[in-house]
Design a binder for this molecule. Structure first.
Ligand code: LLP
Length: 401
């Protein structure tokens, strides 16, 4: 049997949410909902998620670890999609949650995570954020349970901006400094070590070393090995399965230790697509065809920030032979969502879908050019519900004093 996310349905590649299919007249369905009807009902751009996809991947994580370890915790790296509806799903699935700021802590609590299942981390937490965490869980006090973030000196092969395990990093203590750090926090209850090598990792071998390196630094009840499992953004991407990832992390973990991992992207990335409406098609003969949509760098900054590559399709005419470049509507030449993608003769009014936008799209959205942020729609079993509404122009002035 294929693992979660590895199989593709005829006509729809595995980058689309699980259960996506081309329905009647070749129209895309997400979670049983017709994409064009969603675009009409909720407007565009819109972040559309297949709820069952998030649940399936959460379950795959739980099952993969349960099959191989007695003590583990799957900790949702909520920076990937800090939306209360997503927190709510994942608390139901039995996950824990990590938050990187007071704001994410607030959202996790609103989303129903009990404080004892929340980990606060990242560099440079303010006194305020620490007391906020303390109030929520009464944890940051003498005897407080903490993990120490270690920079293990292992570099994964990924984009520099999302690589964190190397020595030259703002995160954590380098190996040589760990004994001194341990000494300085003797009033706290040091329960384990934490490391995160980086994101969008396809080659698992650096992760294999990680548990080894951390366990060589002393005996602790918890080892948090971070997140980072990569996902398929394009049909050619073949990331390792959740099972292989679990196997790798657990292989070198010492007996009796509780292993934690912090998946973000691999839980929610493929669950989401973005729907746009095509506004204009500009053909420059012999040069390029620009297909301009009603969003862009304000709803997905990843192509501009990391050179991230995506696919695109017209929601009711998958495939095609026309080489196009998908441009956003922002006042920058760099506002290109997808360069060189084959589409079926796009026309103004078409609904264009970009898959695999479920992680770090909503999370890093902005109001650049006064563009209002898209709504979030959850779909399951043919029912669609709006879990975050579209921003309004009025929202843009809400904080003005
Ligand atoms: N744990 C820690 C300590 C992290 O810093 C991160 C991500 C994760 C877990 C989750 O990593 P994931 O499983 O999602 O790869 N904005 C970038 C990604 C930045 C990731 C930052 N830390 C992007 O859009 O690719």
């Amino acid at each position: 049997m294929a693992s979660v996310g590895q199989q593709g349905v005829a006509g729809v590649s595995h980058v689309f949410p699980l259960g996506s299919r081309l329905g009647e007249a070749g129209r895309l369905e997400i979670g049983g909902c017709d994409a064009i009807e969603l675009a009409e009902r909720f407007g565009t751009p819109a972040y559309v998620y297949a709820e069952d996809d998030i649940r399936a991947r959460a379950r795959a994580y739980m099952e993969a670890f349960r099959a191989r370890a007695d003590h583990f915790e799957i900790v949702y790296a909520s920076k990937a999609f800090p939306c209360t509806a997503a927190y709510r799903l994942l608390v139901e699935e039995g996950l824990s949650c990590d938050v990187a700021s007071g704001g994410e802590l607030y959202l996790a609590l609103k989303g129903g995570f009990p404080p004892e299942r929340i980990y606060l981390h990242g560099n440079n937490k303010s006194e305020d954020e620490l007391s906020q965490a303390l109030e929520a869980g009464e944890r940051m006090a003498p005897g407080q349970r903490v993990l120490l973030r270690v920079t293990p000196g292992i570099s994964p092969s990924t984009h520099d901006y999302i690589s964190t395990g190397q020595v030259d990093s703002k995160f954590g203590f380098v190996v040589d400094d760990v004994p001194r750090a341990v000494d300085r926090i003797r009033n706290l209850d040091l329960v384990g070590l934490h490391a995160h090598l980086g994101s969008q990792i396809f080659d698992l071998s650096p992760l294999e070393k990680l548990a080894e390196v951390l366990s060589s630094m002393g005996e602790y009840p918890l080892l948090n090995l971070g997140g980072g499992l990569g996902i398929a953004y394009t049909a050619d991407d073949r990331p390792p399965s959740i099972e292989d990832y679990a196997e790798t992390l657990l292989r070198s973990a010492p007996e009796g230790v509780t292993v934690l991992c912090e998946p973000g992207r691999s839980l929610v990335g493929n669950a989401g697509v973005t729907l746009y409406r095509v506004g204009t098609v500009k053909r420059i003969p012999g040069v390029r065809t620009y297909v301009a949509v009603d969003g862009g760098m304000s709803d997905n900054i990843r192509p501009m920030l990391y050179g991230a590559r995506y696919e695109a399709e017209i929601a009711d005419r998958f495939g095609g032979e026309v080489l196009c470049t998908i441009a956003g509507k922002h006042c920058e030449s760099g506002d290109i969502l997808v360069r060189d993608v084959l589409l079926d003769d796009p026309r103004p009014g078409d609904v264009l879908v970009i898959p695999a936008t479920g992680a770090y799209g909503y999370a890093m959205a902005s109001n650049y050019n006064g563009i209002t942020r898209p709504p979030v729609i959850f779909c399951s079993g043919g029912e669609a519900r709006e879990v975050v509404r579209r921003e309004t122009y009025e929202d843009l002035t809400l904080r003005d004093v």
